[in-house]
Design a protein around this ligand. Structure first.
Ligand code: DQA
Length: 140
C-alpha cells in the first residue's frame, strides 16, 4: 500500500515561517516522523509544491491508495484541487498544523473537508501522524 502525502504552498518554509503558529518543526522532520511511524507497513510518497497546477498533476498521476493533504492556503481557495481530488476517487485525509478554526475567518472555509474521510487540524506535526495512523489501521 502506498500513501501520497501532499504539501502545498509555503509548507517548505516550515521551521522558518511564523514560528509562533507553526513551531520549529521542518517539513523534512515531519516526513521522517511519518516514515518512522509507517515503519515499512506502507510506502510513503512525499510531494510538496508551491504551484497549484503541479499539485493537480501529481494528484492525477498518483498510483497511491490514499492521500494525506495539507493544501496550505489553497485549502481555502482552490476548486481546482478539490476537482482533482474528486477525479481520482481515493480516500483523503485533510491535515493542518494549526487549528484553522481558531484563526482568521477566511481559513474556516475548506474546499476539501466535505470530500475527505476526515480532517485533523491543530496538532502540529502530530496532525500528519494521526492521519497516517488512520490509514495504517484502515488500509492495512
Ligand atoms: C495550514 C493552514 C492554512 O490556513 C495556511 O495557509 C497554511 C498552513 C496549516 O497547516 O495550519 O499554509 O494549512
Amino acid at each position: 500500500m502506498k500513501i501520497l502525502v501532499v504539501n502545498g504552498p509555503n509548507l517548505n518554509m516550515l521551521g522558518r515561517r511564523e514560528k509562533g503558529i507553526y513551531g520549529d518543526v521542518t517539513l523534512d522532520s515531519i516526513c521522517e516522523q511519518m516514515r518512522a511511524l509507517a515503519d515499512g507497513r506502507c510506502e510513503l510518497e512525499f510531494f510538496q509544491s508551491n504551484h497549484e497546477g503541479d499539485i493537480i498533476d501529481m494528484i492525477h498521476r498518483t498510483d497511491a491508495s490514499g492521500i494525506i493533504i495539507n493544501a496550505g492556503a489553497y485549502t481555502h481557495t482552490s476548486i481546482a484541487i478539490r476537482d482533482a481530488l474528486l477525479s481520482v476517487s481515493l480516500p483523503i485525509v485533510e491535515v493542518h498544523l494549526s487549528n484553522v478554526y481558531a484563526r482568521e475567518s477566511f481559513r474556516h472555509k475548506s474546499y476539501i473537508s466535505d470530500i475527505a474521510k476526515g480532517v485533523i487540524a491543530g496538532f502540529g506535526a502530530k496532525s500528519y501522524l494521526l492521519a497516517l495512523d488512520w490509514f495504517l489501521g484502515e488500509l492495512a
